[in-house]
Write a protein that binds this ligand. Structure first.
Ligand SMILES: [Zn+2]
Ligand SMILES: [Zn+2]
Length: 378
């Protein structure tokens, strides 16, 4: 009889509901569809590479050596803002615990009374007062919570996001309370970079054409035409988007609220979040406090312990961290293979996200991904 006990640390991100993907052990959080995000990276990096290869050497010598330096700094800033927006938690709200969900459902049913058959139950709404303005909190049937003001459920990520702005496939993430300012800085800096490259592309072609002719210039720098085309089409969309978000920031409004017309029209109230001052609104959105993630996605959930016996090849998943059952017949050289096969086949225990809110059972000091303990019987 032999047995090997495998314990594996489970972090909360592994059990999170919703359609997000995680990597770097939960440090990076994105939406599941990332194809357009890779296209964004390719277009920005590709255009800048062409600019550094074809225009910068000539412009640095004949015009100013600072041109490539400034372009490089701007490029680094754009990429930093893009990755910060894409890889961070936009402000996802945790779903209700099963007990909380049951309690809320009971509360709603008690408030609504018995709805006669065939009649639609009243909408699940709660009213709160914000700056003397009544704001409706809607119930999310997926997350089983009354969403906080300005939150909305993203159908792509399948999560409620606080101060939801929109889901942006270009950055591969939702844009919400925690990453909006980085998204805005990304669009702003990308607009500047696009204008910068476009302008110096034209300057480069004009300077070279004066010496060697227009067609010869295009033959010598084939990347220029491609750059001009990419920058031209990017300019319209990115500069337009930056202008739109500048307008929204000045009103302290989200894209979601603007599309829904939450604060416009005759029957709508005034935006209770606006300070009625453009400078104050800009300061709050761009320089206000940053909010911690409420997901705690790298927190330890528990230890998944798997008991593997040589007489029983099917691994049994248990929830104990007890020491190993003595193993007296398994050859020493066979134990690592048993352990590795058990690790592959051991599926993490399905657990409701409710458990995420309980304090972790495992000690954070033992941070190894897998620990294999074994004892030999006498
Ligand atoms: Zn939701
Ligand atoms: Zn989303």
């Amino acid at each position: 009889m032999s047995a090997v006990m495998i314990t594996r640390k489970v972090r909360k991100w592994e059990k999170l509901p919703g359609k997000n993907t995680f990597c770097c052990d939960g440090r990076v959080m994105m939406a599941r569809q990332k194809g357009v995000f890779y296209l964004t990276l390719f277009l920005i990096a590709g255009t800048c590479a062409l600019f550094f290869a074809f225009e910068c050497p000539y412009l640095a010598v004949h015009l100013c050596p600072a041109i490539p330096v400034f372009a490089a700094l701007l490029f680094v800033f754009v990429m930093a803002m893009l990755l910060r927006t894409s890889f961070s938690d936009p402000g996802v709200l945790p779903r209700a615990l099963p007990e909380e969900a049951t309690f809320i459902e009971m509360e709603i049913e008690a408030a609504n009374g018995n709805v006669p058959a065939g009649q639609r139950p009243p909408p699940r709404i709660r009213n709160v007062q914000i700056n003397n303005q009544i704001v409706k909190l809607k119930y999310c049937y997926t997350c089983k919570i009354f969403r906080p003001p300005r939150a909305s459920h993203c159908s792509i990520c399948d999560n409620c996001v606080d101060r939801f702005d929109h889901h942006c496939p270009w950055v591969g993430n939702c844009v919400g309370k925690r990453n909006y300012r980085y998204f805005y800085l990304f669009t702003l800096s990308l607009s500047l970079l696009t204008i910068y490259i476009f302008t110096f592309d034209i300057v480069h072609v004009v300077m070279r054409s004066m010496n060697g002719g227009f067609l010869n210039t295009l033959k010598e720098t084939p990347g220029t035409v491609l750059e001009v085309l990419v920058c031209f089409f990017t300019l319209w969309s990115v500069v337009g988007l930056t202008g739109f978000h500048t307008y929204l920031i000045s009103l302290n409004q989200t894209t979601n609220e603007d599309i829904k017309g939450s604060w416009s029209g005759k029957n709508r109230g005034q935006n209770p979040y606006s300070h009625k001052n453009i400078i104050k609104n800009c300061c709050e959105v761009l320089c206000g406090p940053t909010y911690p993630s409420v997901l705690d996605r790298r927190g330890l959930l528990q230890e998944d312990s798997t008991l593997v016996s040589s007489s029983n090849p099917v691994p049994q998943t248990t929830k104990t961290t007890a020491p190993l059952i003595p193993n007296e017949h398994t050859p020493d050289d066979a134990k690592p293979s048993i352990a590795s096969s058990a690790e592959k086949s051991a599926s993490p225990k399905e657990e409701h996200p409710a458990a995420m809110k309980f304090p972790p059972l495992a000690s954070p000091e033992t941070d190894a991904e897998t620990s294999i303990a074994k004892e030999r019987a006498h």
